[in-house]
Structure formats: C-alpha cells, structure tokens
Ligand binder design. Sequence first.
Ligand code: ZN
Length: 358
Amino acid sequence: MSAEHPHPAPSVRRRLTALALATGLALGGTAMATPAGAVGKGPNHNPRSTVNTSILTTHAELVAQLQKEDARQDAMELTVIGQSVKGRDIHLASWISDPENPTILFLTQQHGNEQLTTEGAMAFIKSLGTGKMRSVLDDVNVLVVPMANPDGAMGDVDFSLEDYIASGDRNLTRYNANEVDLNRDHVAKTQPETRALHENVLGAYDIDYMIDLHHQGTRSAVDGELVSGSILYPTSPNVAPDVVEDSQRLGSVVYDAVEQYGWGNLGRYVGGTAETIARNGVAAEYGIATLLFEMRGMSDHEYESYVLGQRSNGYLIKQTVVTLEATTKAIADGSIETADIGFWNTLPEQRTLPLAAE
Ligand SMILES: [Zn+2]
C-alpha cells in the first residue's frame, strides 16, 4: 500500500466503528477495506466505494438556483422551453446583450446519469453574474440548457434501475422516462425533451457554436494515461466544411484551456457519423459548429467501470467551468477565429484500459 493509496482517516474509521456498534451492524472486512486504486489526486480510478447520489443537485434544487440567479443577474433571462415526460420543466438560461453578437449554447445532461457537467454549468451561470465575467457578455451571447433530461437525472423513469450501482437518495439513468436515449433522437425527435430543445432553442435562436457535454467511462486513456475527457467535432459528411472548421477551432480553445491544468489530459473521442446524435445532427441541420466533450466517469450506471467515485468531482466540475469560461471569452474577444486546429492531426484517439492495467 503506497502513500498514494491512503487508508481512511482514523476519525472516519472510529466513526464507522461507532456506527456499526450503535446500529448493531456487523461491518464485514470488505466494507472497511480501502478500495483498490483509490487515489486522492487527478484523473485516477476510484471504484464505487464512495458514489453517493445524495450530494448531486436535484432538479428542484437546480430550478431554485436558476431562479435565484435570474433574480440576481439583470442580464440573465430564464425561460421554460418544455417539459419532460414526467412533467418536469426544462430550462434555458440566456444572456443576450446584442442579437448581432456571436452566440454559444452549452447543453448538459442529455444523459441523466452524467451530472457533473450540470454542476459545472451551474457554477458557470453563477460566475456570469460576477465582475470577472460580466464585461465578457457585451460581446457574446450565451445560452445554457442545464439538465436536458431531468427525469433520467432524478431516476423517475418507467423501467427498473435495480442493477444501478450508486447509493444515495436516487439512481440516475442515461435514458429518459420512456427508456429512450435522447442523444439518438435528434433526427426523429420523438421525445418531448428533444422537441423542446429543437423547437425552442436550436430552431429559435441564431446559434453559432454548441458544446454538448457528457461523461464517458472511467478507463479511457491516451499513451497509457487515463484521460480527464475526450473531444470531437462533427464527422457527418453532410456538415459543411466551414462548420467543421469552426467546430475544430472550438475544440482547440477547449484543448488549450484544459491542458493548462495538471489534471487536464484530453484524448480524441472515437465517434461515428450518425446524425441522430447532437454533435452531427445539430451541425448538419442548423449549421451550428459543435463540439462533443465527454468527461471522465458517470454518476451512476449498471456497469461498475463506468461509474467514478466522488473524489474526482472537484476537478471534473472545474473542467466544465474552465471549458465554458474559456470558450465564452474566446468567442467574445474573437481569438477563436485564429485558434490553431493543427493539434487535431496529432491528438491521439483514446483507448480503453483494462481494469488490471493500473
Ligand atoms: Zn452522454
């Protein structure tokens, strides 16, 4: 056991022991053991020992936070763009200082079990009300749709989540309440969540850029190093070349911003050409430059290797904030126009490491 694999602090052990005695539970050896591979820094694997969904923002808490920011920020507008299958409101937060400005849309949690991007988006929304970011908003319009799949995020669905791994108040699932993958619904648009997004955001605003934020499994790596995330531009042949190039520039801004941090390690996402997914479909249908950003590890899943312990939450939320702030600034000051897209030629495709490799 190296120093990088610390035991629980003595006080935690004492508390657990006291709890076990107090409740009459016999805690087995496995419950007290240090999880293999658990580390306290950076993008490393931490199995499900501490995956408790209770710490994640609920839909009701998200709405309350959005309303609070709306009341606090003059420049912010909050609108309901539609309802989920189970009737939860889906919100759009917008900052439109000048219709002539370039506009970027940030979309989170189409997959309900990929929540830290939403936590990061909320931090970003709060930052837009601070002196640090407020002046940036003179030169760029910002749209944020956080938690696009609230029923999945709340585990309020019409199918069983029995095999899901996380503990806590609720399970979180990729699908919406009808067990449909919303990020395969961008052509047919059969679901109310997808229609709300297309009818009241994508088709209703003049949008230049979009980042679609997701979480992937925990074992993706480049050059043997686990990644903090992966990125990709639209690869459908129906997307105009200039839109692809703008998308690659958007990716360049994200890459440069994230790689400045010790925890930042990005790979190239390995993705297909289907327009049922937002990265391709939104670019093809609306001519919007898109970037898929897949952050490491999901909040819940049936597969253990997809779920990341909450010890990594801090840097993953930070990665979202860094991404949203950097792209907003680069669009506002025009520096995105000269972003170097050459790095895409050498950005390695990520590969999945077996669990035993670490
Ligand atoms: Zn996803």
